[in-house]
Design a protein around this ligand. Structure first.
Ligand code: GLY
Length: 352
């Protein structure tokens, strides 16, 4: 079992333990006081819903449950308002706890629901996807999307605990597992060449290395979030490949999923940084190779103009400026605030 303490305010543990789901009631107990308001999606519910409810019922834990449709489209103000209306109807109170049981979409909307319902109740993340395990369940970013862009309405709201059982990832659809691999490779490129090299052997959803990789990614994330919880500066480093990635997701009408968009974005930044002599050719090639080996895309099918249109509505773009993450070498990146016009040049170089 690995436990990482995230030293934010409040601080909380991330517990990583294979097989924990089978005794989730025990792991949950120290963190709950009243009823548990489970938020999950149809897929997760079909695999694990009845086991979860069995555990709750056998242990006298009172619960309510709201099931959303899987996918990014559920991260909307409409679904948000349906959930909070349901919670009000079912008399959820301040002492109760939201249980986000799912991937990034469930985690993000649940954290936003918990942080705003009755001006804030506690929530626990139980990630069921690799992406949620290595990234979105930790750090307290919660939000829903608007027509204009992703995550435009939200709050920073740290969970009470994150309970991660890597065995839950074994039922994931390959494409969504790869989304999490993309975010995990990101942590290697940002901070840790050894972690990056793990992906020279493609990661599998039943891989022995999973717990260890999740733990390493979260350790890196913890350091960044503790230094800059509200993303005023350093935390923006975690957005490597995301500015372009979000634009690609949006341009595809979310047919291209988050991690796939981020992979293309990271590959484009690697090519652009190499052309601008920030990154050497060998490291650039390795980045592209490793992304491809793990079944992820590296080429963008949208034009620079289309991407720029979407990028201008991104949160990372303030006025005429944008903060981008440049890759100096595998394991070392830096932030650079540049005029949006100059970013066009990076996009052009990244396409080549
Ligand atoms: N997913 C990036 C962050 O939490 O800041």
């Amino acid at each position: 079992m690995g436990v990482i303490h995230i030293k934010t305010n409040p601080n909380y543990p991330v517990i990583i333990e294979k097989g924990m789901f089978k005794k989730l009631r025990k792991s949950l107990k120290p963190f709950i006081k009243g009823k548990v308001m489970i938020i999950t999606d149809e897929n997760v519910h079909s695999y694990y819903g009845s086991d979860l409810l069995d555990q709750m019922n056998k242990n006298g834990i009172k619960w309510e449950m709201y099931i959303i449709s899987p996918g990014e489209e559920s991260k909307s103000l409409k679904v948000y308002s349906e959930i909070v209306e349901f919670m009000a109807e079912n008399n959820i109170q301040r002492k109760d706890t939201v249980l986000a049981f799912g991937g990034g979409v469930v985690g993000d909307i649940s954290g936003f629901v918990a942080g705003t319902f009755l001006r804030g109740i506690e929530y626990i993340q139980v990630p069921t996807t690799l992406l949620a395990a290595v990234d979105s369940s930790v750090g307290g970013k919660t939000a829903v999307n608007l027509k204009k862009g992703k995550n435009l309405v939200g709050i920073f709201n740290q969970p009470k605990a994150v309970l991660c059982d890597p065995d839950l990832l074994s039922t994931m659809e390959e494409k969504y597992f790869q989304d999490g691999v993309a975010e995990s490779i990101k942590y290697g490129i940002l901070f840790d060449r050894e972690l990056f090299d793990e992906f020279q052997i493609p990661l599998d959803k039943k891989d022995e290395r999973l717990s260890n990789i999740i733990e390493k990614c979260i350790e890196h994330k913890a350091r960044v979030v503790e230094a800059d919880e509200l993303e005023k500066e350093e935390r923006q480093i975690l957005n490597l490949g995301h500015t372009i990635g979000h634009a690609i997701e949006k341009a595809s009408n979310f047919k291209i999923s988050h991690g796939h968009g981020v992979s293309i974005g990271t590959a484009m930044m690697a090519r652009a940084c190499e052309k601008l002599s920030i990154l050497d050719k060998n490291d650039m090639k390795k980045i592209i190779e490793v992304i491809q080996k793990n079944g992820l895309p590296t080429q963008c099918n949208y034009s620079v103009e289309e991407l720029l249109n979407h990028i201008e509505s991104d949160k990372k773009c303030i006025g005429e400026e944008i903060t981008i993450v440049e890759i100096k070498e595998i394991g070392k990146c830096r932030l650079n605030k540049i005029p949006i016009n100059s970013f066009k040049y990076y996009l052009e170089k990244g396409m080549e």
